[in-house]
Design a protein around this ligand. Sequence first.
Ligand code: NI
Length: 167
Amino acid sequence: MALREILRYPDPRLRKKALPVARVDEEIRGLIRDMAETMYGAPGIGLAATQIDVAKRVVVIDVSADHKDLQVFVNPVICERSGVFGIEEGCLSVPGVFEEVERAQKITVRAQDGSGAAFELVAEDLLAVCIQHEIDHLDGKVFVDYLSRLKQQRIRKKLEKQQRLAM
Ligand code: NI
């Protein structure tokens, strides 16, 4: 297992659209293990492969209090959405920024798990928001894209400054 570097907004590589995974093989299982380790190490509650510069449709999530409920989504697709819900979202690619975004409150998602088996899941509230946020990453979208242009500029400046100081 290995910790992977997490790309920081506004890195243009976060804009790449991830490609479907043809088969959950040993390479994908290795990717999933690295993603889980990277997410837990950060620490965070969700990570999309896009954030570690891998253009594959793989997401890991753990919204449990004790960080022992890893959920893996390979090729996730939201097939139903209803209601409106918003919480202050954060993102490992946008450290220190928390903003509310309007999301569906309840979704039905279809995906494959870490062994390649297909499953369907109905998710609500925090888990639903997290899944929507991570699937956005796979499509090259970051949650700050939903904010006003002024807020986006402020966040961009803040992160660019942080990165200069971190060098
Ligand atoms: Ni994120």
